[in-house]
Design a protein around this ligand. Structure first.
Ligand code: ADP
Ligand code: MG
Length: 243
């Protein structure tokens, strides 16, 4: 690696481990964002950190998984039921890197199905680069910015979940934490736990997703019916049966 890269990594070793710094440097050298120094934190999580980076005059989001603190056993217990990953070995590094690839892949599938999600641009090892959702500031999570018109928002959200289901996917961690309220439009994020309908636990995941949605809208005084919502999403019934 060029001396410039080594120098940069040395100065940032307080923030990023060597592996991450090297991946960041490679991604920026390949033009996926301007300069590793343009990175600023958006959210520091338990397993991943989300950063903002500049790309030209635009912004992109970097989701960086921390190899040391990821609960890879939890990840493995999720991923091993996904038919796409039946053969995955219980190896810490391998599971975590596959988890990142899985999130990238899920975002792509959702995007192709017309679901409003951040467009995934590229991933490299533990780093996922995707579209920034927001204006000047990142869009806020639904839990922090309640919709002005809960009924209209719920309708749009259900439409997104239906499209996802039609594409054969269950979000698996759908809640007001992983839905952004971007100018009163729902944008779904955090697709690492998303799985296919063939997953033996798919029904349980969808049930939980629906329960979370119902619980959130209850706080907005909108009372959705779980069973009707299930039918609406799975295509067993059409129309406005969920309200
Ligand atoms: N594409 C994005 N645009 C704007 N903000 C985002 C984007 N992706 C993530 N965020 C912000 O970062 C937070 C954490 O991202 P998320 O994918 O949910 O990771 P975690 O696994 O830590 O929950 C989100 O709640 C949101 O506030
Ligand atoms: Mg999340």
């Amino acid at each position: 690696m060029a001396t410039k890269g080594k120098e940069w990594m040395k100065t940032r070793s307080d923030v990023f481990d060597f592996f991450t710094a090297r991946n960041l440097f490679k991604l920026s050298s390949d033009g996926h964002f301007n300069d590793p120094d343009s990175i600023s934190p958006v959210k520091i999580g338990k397993e991943s950190n989300v950063f903002l980076a500049k790309k030209g005059d635009d912004k992109v989001i970097l989701k960086i998984y921390r190899l040391e603190t990821c609960d890879f056993n939890r990840m493995y217990d999720y991923i091993r039921f996904d038919p796409r990953y039946y053969n995955l070995k219980r190896n810490r590094r391998h599971v975590i890197l596959t988890w990142v690839q899985k999130e990238f892949r899920n975002l792509h599938l959702a995007r192709d199905a017309g679901v409003r999600v951040p467009t995934p641009y590229v991933y490299l090892n533990n780093i996922l680069v995707m579209e920034f959702i927001g204006d000047e500031l990142p869009a806020r999570q639904l839990k922090d910015l309640y919709p002005k018109n809960p009924e209209a928002f719920a309708k749009k959200l259900i439409y997104e979940v239906k499209k996802l289901y039609k594409a054969g996917l269950i979000h698996g961690d759908l809640s007001s934490f992983n839905i952004l309220n971007f100018n009163e439009e729902p944008v779904l994020i955090d697709f690492s736990q998303t799985t296919t309908l063939e997953n033996t636990n798919a029904k349980d995941y969808l049930k939980r997703d629906i329960q979370n949605v119902v619980a959130f809208f209850k706080k907005c005084d909108l009372f959705l019916n779980e069973e009707k919502l299930w039918k609406e999403i799975t295509g067993k019934k059409s129309g406005r049966a969920y309200l």
